[in-house]
Ligand binder design. Structure first.
Ligand code: NAD
Ligand code: TYD
Length: 363
């Protein structure tokens, strides 16, 4: 894991990380535990299909680390944890996060993303009030660029002032939670900060998302389903860069502000899939189908599929000094290696439940 520059005057924190067994959350938990060994780190995660305790199992022996399985919508549990662990910082990752699942069943997205975020905000507000409204408390709300909607090819990238126009139940529920986090600063003065990040990739990414799905399907010799014409554009950020950005935001970000985080890597889906095929052909011996590009299959488009996302990350660069370090070529190579070397991690995730989901989306 990349380390951050140590700030000697840095305040030690008692941090609650929600969703810390998921993809970005678990990368962030590793980042935090590696860099701030004397901080108290509490992970709250419901272990839904997307949560995997193995992602952070190596940390469970640390005296400063606690894992709690539970729901962010459970107010009494959240109240108890904040009080008993004397939490001063929340890094809130827990969410239903997959657009295709939000199309199949939006209810869980409203529940976790909106009601769950509200529950955390309320609980944290009570604690912050009871402690005399300390200035150094932080509630980091981790969100997505998808709240800004879809861009045309020549449109400028999303800035922090781009109006919200979410198009999927996922992005609409994230937008709702962003508005709540914002309102808690403006109404109560509670030190919330919102980050809106582009598509992440890297280790521990659940198989349903584009990059892991392509890596795994190539290794299994299964079709590579590309939605529509494959010309949709996403901006890709290596997950470690995202973790460093969030660290800087907690440390130096201004309460009440929003920071956009992006990788400066706009890529068409079809080009990304082809790059993964080339890397797999180079790195994986004995692929079932070779060259793996033969597996690319154009399939029916996702309903309401956003055409393009792009992030203008000038604010976080100029105000907080963060910029991404990993290139898309380097990050993809590391990611392909990881999926090649970690079959034991992903194979059990292709469960009967996952197969049912897969059938629903792709058949
Ligand atoms: P993920 O789906 O991999 O992980 C979500 C985690 O939250 C899982 O561990 C799950 O068990 C947990 N969880 C779900 N519902 C819960 C509940 N009710 N109570 C407690 N825990 C619950 O998601 P991710 O890709 O790691 O995304 C993390 C956050 O970052 C999300 O808020 C997402 O909106 C945001 N984000 C993701 C991306 C991306 O590219 N993945 C980009 C920008 C922002
Ligand atoms: P995804 O990883 O689901 O992230 P998001 O929808 O949040 O951006 O998808 C990334 C892009 O890849 C998106 O444009 C949809 C497309 N896609 C496919 O073409 N095929 C697939 O099987 C998947 C999962 C996604």
């Amino acid at each position: 894991m990349a380390s951050v520059q140590q700030n000697n005057s840095r305040k030690s924190r008692k941090i609650l990380i929600t969703g810390g067994a998921g993809f970005i959350g678990s990368n962030f938990v590793h980042h935090w535990c590696n860099n701030y060994q004397s901080d108290r780190v509490v992970v709250l995660d419901a272990l839904t299909y997307a949560g995997n305790r193995n992602n952070i199992a190596s940390l469970e022996k640390n005296a400063n680390f606690l894992f709690v399985q539970g729901d962010i919508c459970d107010r009494s549990l959240v109240d108890k944890l904040l009080a008993e662990e004397e939490i001063d910082t929340i890094a809130h990752f827990a969410a239903e996060s997959h657009v295709d699942r939000s199309i199949l069943g939006p209810g869980a997205f409203v529940q976790t993303n909106v009601v769950g975020t509200f529950t955390l905000l309320e609980s944290f507000r009570q604690r912050w009030l009871c402690q005399g409204q300390p200035l150094d408390y932080r509630f980091l709300h981790v969100s997505t660029d998808e709240v800004y909607g879809s861009l045309a090819p020549e449109d400028p990238a999303f800035t922090e002032t781009t109006p919200y126009t979410p198009n999927s139940p996922y992005s609409a529920s994230k937008a709702g939670s962003d508005h709540l986090a914002r309102a808690y600063y403006h109404t109560y003065g509670m030190p919330t900060i919102i980050t809106n990040c582009s598509n992440n990739y890297g280790p521990y990414h659940f198989p349903e998302k584009l990059i892991p799905l392509m890596c795994i399907n190539i290794l299994l010799g299964k079709p590579l389903p590309v939605y529509g014409d494959g010309q949709n554009i996403r901006d890709w950020l290596y997950v470690e860069d995202h973790c460093r950005a969030l660290d800087v935001v907690i440390d130096r970000g201004k309460p009440g502000e929003t920071y956009n985080i992006g990788g400066n890597n706009e890529v068409k889906n079809i080009d990304l899939v082809r790059q993964i095929c080339i890397l797999m052909d180079e790195l994986a011996p004995d692929l079932p189908v070779s060259p793996s590009e033969k597996l690319i299959t154009f399939v029916k488009d996702r309903p309401g599929h956003d055409r393009r996302y792009a992030i203008d990350a000038t604010k976080i660069k100029t105000e907080l000094g963060w910029s991404p370090q990993e290139t898309i070529e380097g990050g993809l190579r590391r990611t392909v290696h990881w999926y090649l070397n970690n079959r034991d991690w992903w194979q059990p995730l292709l469960s009967p439940e996952y197969q049912t989901y897969y059938q629903q989306v792709y058949s």
